[in-house]
Each structure stands twice: as C-alpha cells, then as structure tokens.
Ligand binder design. Structure first.
Ligand SMILES: [Zn+2]
Length: 274
C-alpha cells in the first residue's frame, strides 16, 4: 500500500481542500464524522473539532491500515495518536468484491479510479462495514493522560481523517485493509470474461431471429441501476482494456470504438445535464 500522509490540516495531501475547514460536512466526511456522535464523546468531540480546525494535528500518516499522528496539546507537549478500524476479513472482502462485481456501474467507476457514490450498498449487501459503525469498530490510543479512544486528540485526528476521506475516499478501503489497486485487481479478476467452452460455436441465429426487436432494450439486467454522474473521460475504459485482439487491424478497430465511445459519452453527458 502506498503511504498517505498529511501535515498541517490547512494544506497538503491529508489537509483541507477548497471546500473549507475540516468538519462534519461532505459526502464521505459526513458519515465519517457521525461515528463520533455514536461514540458519545460529548464535549471532547467539540474540542477535537476545534483542534482539527486550528491545525493542531501537525502530521499524520497512514501506514497500511493504521494511522499514526501527532497532535499538539494545550501546553507545549504534543501527543502521539494511533488509530485504526477493525479490518475486514478475507471472506468479507471477497463478499464485497462479489457484490461490487454484480453492479456493472460500480465496477466501471472503480476501475476508472472513481469511488461510486453509493458504494455502501455493496458493503451493506456483503454485510461488511465501510464507515466505522461506532466505538467498537475503532481502535485508538494516545500518549496523553486520558490515553485513548475518548480523548480530544483522537477526536481531532478523526475530523482530519474525515477531510482526508472526503478528498480521497479510497482511504476508506485502505483503513479496512485493502488499497485502491488491490480492490481494482480483485475486481478485474472477478469480472474477467471466462473463456467460451471449446467446440461451442456462437449462435448466429439468436442475433437475427427477430430483427424488429433486436435494437429494442430488453429486460433490465438484474441489479443494474444507473449511476447519475458524468461519464468517465471518453476512452479511459478502452485504454484500460488495451488494443482489441483482432490481429493487424487492431488500431483501426480501436479508432472506431473510440469514436463510438466519445459519441455515446457526449450523448450521456447531455442527458445528465438536462
Ligand atoms: Zn489524547
């Protein structure tokens, strides 16, 4: 897993984006911050939010699934915080990958490096938590006298990490034990077309049996839902697939596919903007 780090929460990779100070808003930061409410930290959560907003989390780094951070206390002393989530088991990750693989929209987005907006549906289906479910799902320690999960330094780091997952939601996967590339790899393996059984010729008649209905939409594939978001840049999926295996004409075929893809993507984008 590549390490991720942030310095002052007012800048840098783990830091604040253009949207404002670290806080409980946002698609990913919102549910992340609500964990603290479930942990009933009361005033310490407020203190943590204040610390996060005033730059007291002076550095953090995710090493694999564990985050190490330094948080400045009220006095001259700084405290070391360790934070992790309960990792998902191999079986849970397998179930998540299966659930994602059943959703072509999720699969396409993840393989394009975009976190699907409703990815939690797949985790729910797999009965695996993505966001921390509460105190029992979080492991934290701190070198301050309070020493752990209820202290404001852990709360401060929690808010800073909320901002980090807002900027890069794949950090959520990492905290559950797998990074973006590992998930993409598993997904490619789970969705690779299996080889056609030897000796079975494609059924050409099936394509021409009813020319009237051929171009009409059939029943909606099970579980397929449209993700109402801008399509990926034209060609990204084709680039990922590589040249089509059609011999010498691969380039010509790819050019045709690329044009068709761009036309369809532009039409989809127009529809979404309506
Ligand atoms: Zn502490």
């Amino acid at each position: 897993m590549r390490p991720r780090r942030g310095r002052d929460p007012r800048g840098g990779r783990g830091g604040r984006g253009a949207r404002g100070a670290p806080g409980p808003g946002g698609r990913w930061a919102g549910p992340w911050a609500r964990t603290l409410e479930r942990m009933r930290m009361g005033r310490r959560a407020q203190g943590g939010l204040h610390d996060a907003r005033t730059g007291r989390v002076t550095g953090w780094e995710a090493r694999g699934a564990e985050v190490l951070a330094t948080v400045q206390g009220d006095g001259p002393e700084a405290f070391q915080v360790r934070f992790s989530l309960a990792p998902l088991s191999l079986a849970q990750w397998d179930s998540v990958i299966e659930a994602v693989a059943r959703r072509p929209d999720f699969t396409a987005r993840l393989l394009d490096g975009v976190m699907p907006y409703r990815i939690e549906d797949a985790f729910r289906e797999a009965r695996a938590p993505l966001f921390p479910a509460g105190g029992r799902d979080v492991r934290a320690s701190c070198t301050c006298p309070e020493g752990g999960i209820g202290c404001r330094h852990v709360a401060a780091l929690h808010y800073v990490l909320g901002d980090a997952v807002e900027q890069d939601p794949f950090l959520l996967f990492q905290l559950r034990g797998r990074d973006q590339e590992q998930v993409a790899h598993a997904l490619r393996a789970a969705t690779a077309p299996s080889a056609a059984p030897a000796g079975v010729a494609p059924d050409a008649d099936a394509l021409t049996a009813d020319p009237v209905t051929f171009w009409k939409a059939g029943p909606r594939p099970n579980g397929l839902r449209a993700d109402a978001a801008e399509p990926a840049p034209p060609g990204s999926t084709l680039r990922r697939l590589g040249p089509p295996p059609v011999g010498d004409d691969a380039e010509a075929v790819e050019a045709v596919l690329r044009r068709a893809w761009a036309t369809a993507a532009a039409a989809a984008a127009r529809r979404l903007r309506r």
